[in-house]
Design a protein around this ligand. Sequence first.
Ligand SMILES: C[S@@+](CC[C@H](N)C(=O)[O-])C[C@H]1O[C@@H](n2cnc3c(N)ncnc32)[C@H](O)[C@@H]1O
Length: 362
Amino acid sequence: MARHFTDKIIEGDCIEELKKLAAGSVDLVFADPPYFMQLGGALTRPDQSNVDGVDDEWDKFEDFAAYDAFTRAWLSEARRVLKPNGAIWVIGSYHNVFRLGAALQDLGFWILNDIIWRKTNPMPNFKGTRFTNAHETLIWAARSKEAKYTFHYDALKMLNDELQMRSDWTLPLCTGAERLKNREGRKLHSTQKPEALLHRVVLATTRPGEVILDPFFGTGTTGAAAKRLGRHYIGIERDPSYAEGARARLKKVKPVSIEDLAVTKSKKEEPRVPFGQVIEAGLIHPGAWLIAPNGKRARVRADGSLALGEATGSIHRIGALASDAPACNGWTFWSLETKAGPKPIDLFRREIRRQMAMAPGA
Ligand SMILES: C[S@@+](CC[C@H](N)C(=O)[O-])C[C@H]1O[C@@H](n2cnc3c(N)ncnc32)[C@H](O)[C@@H]1O
């Protein structure tokens, strides 16, 4: 990876600037592209005050064909710079999200989820001619069907009070102190996204130290979440005033400490520890007694097997025998008999894992 590009905001057109980045150098792309909203005329509230809609120059295109050509050009470059196991998030509204989704599939990305960001404080439909437009859609896609993309399932479950995280996220719009203002005290950017949204995306689908690219950086929300969570960012933004605002914002972001960055891991990700390793490490000695919840006792042998009467076998097999069950997880079943009382053998597995994590090169 061309390291000199990371933790920087590149000012320029994203298609041109993406071409300068090395292929396969980025772990995640987060893109919040122009919506091509095609707003017609000024919108007013019932009290005749003007509504701050998205009528910016950057959102204007000749027609759908021009928007599609632009979309496919930047998405192709984004795919080129992604690592083989990388992934992309795109966010859009009903104006553009279906076009984005079709382009993603046509270019070989593999859609993993679409997420509904339900806004707790959406702008009302002032004219009363349609439903309140209260959500945006995020599409999460792997670079290809074969990609081994990152997903911290257990961390997201933890973030949601131990309930599986669903695909509908309820979060407020970016308001208050988080909203960047220009010198006149007005919103610097019409579509600044809430950092909470990016916190979830970054935590769920990247690891600390990885590189996240945002080709439509705006006020740098992606960079703020990336920096706070110990990831690297590359931002591309065409408008110098947004880039300047983002730079000032990012300077103030303090990364959380390394020890606070570790997320809840899935059991599958933890290294496998055979019971024999506990014996080899001298944490439990051959001849010690393990005790089952029903009081049955088995003797530990030098090769990590257990003896229960005439029967011998692994902690799992003898656990199943002792509990008269078809299968048993010996690690959570047995305890070591000690003078101070029974001590679950899983504590010894944890100790081995702790030592493995501290080993050089781990
Ligand atoms: C929807 S906004 C992104 C807002 C951003 N997510 C945030 O939280 O502030 C899209 C941004 O893309 C920028 N932009 C539009 N076309 C671009 C292009 N071709 N290259 C680089 N930036 C572009 C616009 O200036 C605008 O700031």
